[in-house]
Ligand binder design. Sequence first.
Ligand code: ADP
Ligand code: ASP
Ligand code: MG
Length: 406
Amino acid sequence: MSLIVQKYGGTSVGNAERIRSVAKRIKKAQDDGHQVVVVVSAMSGVTDDLIKLAREIHPTPDEREMDMLLATGEQTTVALTAMALHALGAKASSLTGAQAGIVTDHVHTKAKISDLRPKRVQELLKQGHIVIVAGFQGVTEDNRITTLGRGGSDLTAIALAAALKADVCQIFTDVDGVYTADPRAVPDARKLPEISYDELLEMAGAGSKVMQARSVEFAKKFNIVFEVRSSMNDNPGTLVKKESKDMENVVIRGVSLDKNQVKFTIERVPDRPGLAAKIFNALAEGNINVDMIVQNASSSGEKTTDVSFTITKDDLAKTRKILDPIAQEIKAGAITHRENAAKLSVVGIGMKSHSGVAANMFDALGQAEVNIQMISTSEIKISVLIDLKDAEKATRAVHERFGLSK
Ligand code: ADP
Ligand code: ASP
Ligand code: MG
């Protein structure tokens, strides 16, 4: 008998009717002869609403309490999904992340999975149950509830597929698969039949929220092939797997846009060895992911530099709190930040063997009259920071330039 892991995202379980329809799909998988483990997210909007509520109570809520709060979203959905399956006459049991054996480190709100002990899942499967696991959450060795970062239900599903040695892993969402760009922003984006781990990893890291970046990293590490597909129809989705030789023929696989960026600048940082380390170590200790970094010699002629870097909006308050005392200590100038920034990226493993990709991208942006504020590159990605107001226009221009449109 084969084992199948299915994950349903927030929109797919967004109301009672959707949960009933998802339950039918799950039951069908069991009727087809599979053992079925299902991971569900919180109903759409619930996690955002809980975060908003918490911030109304406290501007920087305690992260341990935050996890306690956020975990309730998925706990609601597992129970409702199990009930919907019971209504169809199926045997189903729901489990929290802790009950399913998802053990994590102590980094609240962004915890990493440190161990998987799915004994209870396996016992229930043996008894003929469909097992519904709460996504996005885990537990530390000393029993604290943690969450795995936004979009973390994807990680729960991939990790369970790895631990249970599942034969099939399906990520059901509200689009038909991974597209050349967010189909909501670029209407003529195309669905990709397949994509490599590295490409999807870069796209996810660059703001394509179709899959959580860390979940793709995990899949790559354990070589878990998975399919991203729609919970609303039976269309084939996108297969995510190891790169193959012929994938390299495509220069650009996709375009990603991240509108959640904040650009920080610390002015007049004394130009001395060790100060960049001091600033970025402090941010790392605060578990803040810094993305692009640029250091410019100050125009004023003093021996100082301006250091700019980007973070995501969620870390704004925390970053300020960390930077203020450090800037004082190292006698730097003002700290400014701009929230109206967006990061646009092009991704493709074909870039490794093609030249002129960056020039082509910059030219498309120039033609569209979009100004570039920062640039960063990796082996298979080129990113630029641009003004938020130009984001959609720039995405369409670049998507078109690389021939990705339908
Ligand atoms: P779920 O709740 O199922 O986890 P998400 O909202 O996290 O779903 O992710 C699906 C969304 O990702 C889609 O609705 C789509 O707007 C967005 N998205 C962004 N980039 C892409 C892309 N390249 N391909 C497909 N969807 C994308
Ligand atoms: N509910 C969580 C979130 O909104 C996890 C997920 O949906 O994957 O980020
Ligand atoms: Mg998601």
